[in-house]
Design a protein around this ligand. Structure first.
Ligand SMILES: Nc1ncnc2c1ncn2[C@@H]1O[C@H](COP(=O)(O)OP(=O)(O)O)[C@@H](O)[C@H]1O
Ligand SMILES: [Mg+2]
Length: 267
């Protein structure tokens, strides 16, 4: 269970970590994401599967970054490592001032609850609970009183334009509405970072556009740092910075309006 008092030692421990000095990481004036020499190898029945080697990435506070790349390139794995759902095989990964590779399972859960908002292609809302209860769930997991958690969840449902859908179960919502609820649940604990893995991948084009509009608005109004994996070139183009993951490398396709994006260099 996450409590504010449990959060402080984690952050200060990361700042004291000797590896942070070795990698030039300074928790006081650092990017929100600082990845150096990241390697990831899965051990499979057929032998080692080497996904990345020496991958580097910095993301500054407030950036909205798109990551594109072919299926199987490792985009989801990279997001999982950034968000402490998976561990690197090599390298240092600082995310929101925390050396995520060094967290125990319990610390990682607290870190995710506090710092990371996750959205996936599929909403993963719990079908037997209402939209309001689903949004309140992460707050209840950190021991907030139920009445307060439900009030905060209601505020977040309003933020995503669903104030009148709180008593609907996920099966009684459209695909776009389900993703809006998932976004409210992702952000209800006030994370600094939004990690979204194909968040509009299961939606038709116009619904995807509206959900992306909402992500952009929430990103700005809550001062988030956001990383979005997407196959949708039109949506990727709306991020100021686009990276392509392929052959174990991250390539900067464009940043801050430099070279225009072309269809050919996205996949
Ligand atoms: N837990 C795992 N064990 C072994 N291989 C995995 C595991 N997770 C993912 N992979 C493999 O790693 C590769 C990258 O997967 P993934 O990160 O999901 O790619 P993407 O999101 O870019 O499609 C795939 O070939 C996948 O089969
Ligand atoms: Mg994926």
């Amino acid at each position: 269970m996450q409590t504010p008092s449990a959060a402080a030692p984690l952050a200060s421990r990361a700042a004291r970590d000797p590896e942070s000095r070795a990698s030039g990481f300074d928790a006081g004036k650092s990017p929100v994401i600082h990845v150096q020499g990241l390697g990831k190898t899965y051990q499979t029945a057929r032998g080692a599967l080497n996904l990345f080697e020496d991958l580097n990435l910095e993301v500054a506070a407030g950036e909205m970054v798109a990551i594109v790349g072919q299926s199987g390139a490792g985009k989801s794995t990279l997001l999982h490592i950034l968000g402490a759902l998976d561990t690197p095989s090599e390298g240092t990964v600082y995310c929101a001032s925390t050396n995520v590779a060094k967290l125990s399972a319990r610390e990682a859960a607290a870190f995710r609850n506090r710092e990371i908002g996750y959205v996936w292609q599929f909403h993963y809302l719990l079908p037997e609970f209402t939209a309001l209860e689903n949004v309140a769930m992460p707050l209840l997991a950190r021991n907030m009183k139920k009445v307060e958690a439900l009030q905060t969840a209601q505020k977040w449902l309003s933020e995503v334009g669903l104030e009148d859908r709180g008593d609907h179960r996920p099966g009684e919502l459209s695909g776009g509405e389900q993703q809006r609820v998932a976004l409210a649940r992702a952000l209800v604990c006030g994370p600094r970072l939004l990690l979204a893995d194909e968040p509009t991948g299961d939606l038709d084009n116009s619904t995807a556009g509206r959900v992306f509009d909402l992500i952009e608005r929430l990103h700005r109004s809550h001062g988030l740092t956001s990383i979005l994996v997407t196959h949708n070139m039109d949506l990727a183009e709306r991020c100021r910075r686009v990276l392509r993951l392929g052959n174990g490398r991250l390539t900067e396709i464009t940043d801050a309006g430099s070279k225009p994006l072309q269809a050919g260099n996205l996949g």
